[in-house]
Design a protein around this ligand. Structure first.
Ligand code: ADP
Ligand code: MG
Length: 237
């Protein structure tokens, strides 16, 4: 599902965290929302999710204006850096939770949970509790849970930042593979330009709440829109 932000601004008192953001994330793509800490990435993601309300501007999923739609009606999947799994539940119960909430019949929810777990390669861990898993495995459970209801848009906020270096590499490739297999439009927040470069179709680069450039990763090196983009992106690997 295409995600389109039209003139999105978010103010907290007299501080403007996101300033007149106009950007389109194409249907079926993986976009990286990139920029230094505090530039407004999470605030933007939460507005797309429906967890924060824009001060002004409109948000569209395809032709539908979702600006006033509550989060639970937007058809989104959310993954945070700290996984936010239910520690007392098994992996299976964690993945099934949103399905049961949505009144999906038990047999069907079980089947979907197994499919999702297999997709993220944790199908053999269904009876474990989150505390018995590695950080990378926990993040895969969180992703399986987020995509179980076949969201229109998958939103990930710094999903790799709690993982060690090796798992970060492995899990980011995993996110790319899952996105390509499911075709779910995915927005991936990170402050790490190399991470964004390596797995996304397009990078949305922000600074101080303002969009600097939106471009395919390699193009961003070739024609940076300004000095900030050039210095943030550095030289190609
Ligand atoms: P990022 O995710 O890019 O690191 P955020 O979107 O979390 O940045 O925050 C952008 C700016 O908005 C920061 O300066 C942050 O302190 C501020 N901010 C975020 N949420 C709130 C809030 N609820 N109240 C006041 N300021 C906020
Ligand atoms: Mg953030």
């Amino acid at each position: 599902m295409e995600v389109r932000l039209e003139g999105i601004t978010k103010s907290f008192g007299d501080f403007t965290a996101v300033n007149n953001l106009n950007v389109t994330i194409e249907d079926g793509t993986l976009a990286g929302l990139l920029g230094p800490s505090g530039c407004g990435k999470s605030t933007t993601l939460y507005m797309i999710a429906g967890l924060e309300k824009p001060t002004s501007g409109r948000i569209y999923f395809g032709d539908e204006d979702v600006t006033d739609l509550p989060a639970e009606k937007r058809g989104i999947g959310l993954v945070f850096q700290n996984y936010a799994l239910y520690p007392h539940m098994t992996v299976r119960q964690n993945i099934m939770f949103p399905l049961e909430n949505a009144k999906v019949p038990k047999a069907e929810a079980l089947k979907i949970a197994q499919e999702m777990a297999d997709l993220v390669q944790i199908g053999h861990l269904m009876d474990r509790k989150p505390g018995e898993l590695s950080g990378g495995q926990q993040q895969r459970v969180a992703i399986a849970r987020a995509i179980a209801k076949k969201p229109r848009v998958l939103l990930l906020d710094e999903p790799l930042s709690n993982l060690d270096a090796r798992l970060r590499l492995e899990t980011r490739e995993e996110i790319r593979r899952i996105q390509q297999e499911t075709g779910i439009t995915t927005i991936f927040v990170t402050h790490d330009q190399e991470e964004a470069m390596s797995i996304t179709d397009a990078i949305v680069l922000m600074k101080d709440g303002v969009l600097q450039q939106k471009e395919a990763p390699q193009e961003m090196y070739r024609k940076p829109a300004n000095q900030f983009v050039a210095s943030f992106m550095g030289t190609p690997p």
